[in-house]
Design a protein around this ligand. Structure first.
Ligand code: ATP
Ligand code: MG
Length: 485
């Protein structure tokens, strides 16, 4: 099956070497910390990403300084500093355009359903690293001398591309059950495997994720779906029973096997569709949920299985699920709309009138591009002829949409003067002469573009005199145009 390659980073970003180079703003901050008798380490994601050769994203640091001390050292050097996270130990700043977060060494605990941790400040980088989720995320680089700190063999695990917890996975996942979902999120994002012991622990402890707040689950699920390998991560997460706890619709899709008519497994199809879409949150969520209405709408008739109105049922179910996961309204509505409309294209082969095309465009609204992308991705058939046909039909629909848009753009073009202005200027009542004058003005408008009122009146004057009409010369300003609905 073809799956479009997913770009790792959209914009070019500086490498970590550049970011930490002597004389760089980060180097300046590090020297300030050390000169004040403090320690500063680059930690977590950026260290891992540097080993993977992935460009530096946001930079996380750890320090023994308190948030107040950190703030005082940052203020003179940063463009802006924010303190919303200070009670959890984190001071954020913008430093030469780079987003940095400096967090006091800490360990944390999450109470059931709470979005925010209870934090204990710690004395050493080693303790801080020991509470981190995976060994590949539990490495640090001391600054400014760039001495690596890797107490749990993270470097080796990066090389092996394995996600492993620093200590016993059962303890780690019991301490913070979200880490189980983070395992699949990193599996998707980095293309790493999950260590066997960790996988077994997830199977055993999956139900603990019920105690995690919906917002925290949402944030990890979002990163998982926009990752580079969402299909294998979701397949694995499902096999451990973890996704069942907060997204039970996913595994219900496996019940759709129909051996008699050899109808495809909707679960496998869904995963294939996700990987065929660009890594954009709403589009990927729509791909993930586009067929969840199928189990409920499945009927078996003489022509085989059908899923009548599954898109309507599915759109509603998806909206409910995304709301429960506390997705913002805009995301819920966009995904709901994409799912609701994803099936309409299948009537295109029966022939769509221009008004059907217009309705499709209007109903898709701002999501037209994503909708067409979803429809294209939804075609996972192995039958090459059928796939080609569907793709060509979509090409045709897209051509018709743009032709129609252009035509209607032209149709909206009006002469520079309206009927009342023409009648007043010529001093004539309504009648064919007004229509002829307007047609002539429209001709000039199409030929030369907008003329402006003054020029339009002088063209009208010339046109009238050619026909022996002596204009009354009453120039009226155009009435304000009515706003289009
Ligand atoms: P990304 O590049 O996607 O942001 P990241 O590794 O920075 O990846 P974050 O979720 O931003 O991931 O977390 C930053 C670091 O904090 C992680 O690398 C990890 O060390 C630690 N961390 C975050 N959440 C947890 C958690 N729930 N349990 C343990 N450690 C965590
Ligand atoms: Mg991060």
């Amino acid at each position: 099956m073809v799956s479009p390659s997913v770009p790792d980073a959209v914009q070019p970003r500086p490498s970590l070497d550049e970011v930490l180079a002597p004389g760089s703003p980060v180097d300046g901050i590090a020297r300030r910390f050390v000169d004040s008798g403090h320690e500063l380490y680059l930690v977590g994601g950026p260290v891992r990403d540097a080993l993977l050769g992935r460009p530096a994203q946001d930079l996380d640091f750890a320090t023994d300084a308190t948030p107040e001390e950190t703030e005082a050292m940052l203020q003179p050097l940063a463009e802006s500093v924010w303190l919303q996270g200070a009670k959890y130990g984190t001071v954020g700043a913008l430093l030469s355009g780079i987003h940095v977060e400096i967090t006091t060494f800490r360990t944390e605990k999450y109470q059931p359903s709470s979005r925010h941790p209870e934090v204990t400040f710690e004395k050493s980088i080693e303790t801080d690293l020991s509470r981190r989720d995976f060994t590949v995320n539990a490495m640090a680089i001391r600054l400014p001398d760039r001495e690596p700190v890797d107490p749990f063999g993270g470097r080796r695990d990066v090389d092996r591309r394995v996600l492993r917890t620093p200590a016993d996975p059962r303890d780690s996942f019991s301490d913070d059950p979200l880490r189980m979902l983070r395992a699949f999120r990193f599996a998707s994002q980095l293309g790493f495997k999950i260590d066997r012991e960790a996988r077994v622990a997830i199977e055993e402890l999956a139900s603990l994720i019920d105690t995690v707040s919906a917002e925290r689950i949402r944030d990890e699920l979002s990163r998982l779906v926009v990752g580079r390998e969402p299909a294998s991560a979701l397949r694995l997460a499902d096999s451990t029973g973890l996704t069942d706890r907060f997204l039970p619709e996913l595994s219900s899709l496996k019940l759709e096997q129909d051996p008699v008519h050899r109808h495809k497994d909707v679960f496998a199809h869904t995963l294939a569709v996700i990987e065929r879409t660009a890594p954009e949150l709403e589009l990927r969520l729509a791909a993930l949920l586009h067929d969840i209405g199928k189990p409920k709408t499945r009927t078996i008739g003489p022509d085989g299985v059908s899923f009548h109105h599954h898109e309507v049922v599915g759109a509603r179910m998806a909206a409910e699920r995304l709301r429960a996961l506390r997705y913002p309204n805009e995301v819920v509505q966009e995904v709901e709309r994409l799912i609701y409309l994803h099936h309409r294209f299948h009537t295109y082969r029966l022939g769509w009138s221009d008004s059907a095309v217009r309705r499709y465009v209007r109903d898709a609204g701002g999501e037209l591009v994503q909708l067409n992308a979803l429809v294209r991705a939804d075609c996972t058939t192995r039958n090459a002829t059928k796939a080609k046909q569907l793709a060509e039909r979509m090409d045709e629909l897209e051509d018709r949409i743009s032709a129609l848009a252009q035509r209607e753009e032209l149709e909206r073009i009006r002469p520079d003067l309206d009927g009342e202005q023409v009648m007043a200027y010529l001093g004539v009542p309504p009648g064919p002469i007004v229509g002829e004058a307007l047609a002539a003005l429209l001709e000039v408008r199409l030929e030369e573009g907008p003329l402006g009122e003054d020029e339009a009146y002088s063209r009208l004057d010339a046109w009238a005199r050619e026909r022996g009409i002596e204009p009354a010369g009453d120039k009226r300003p155009a009435k304000p145009k009515k706003k289009k609905a």
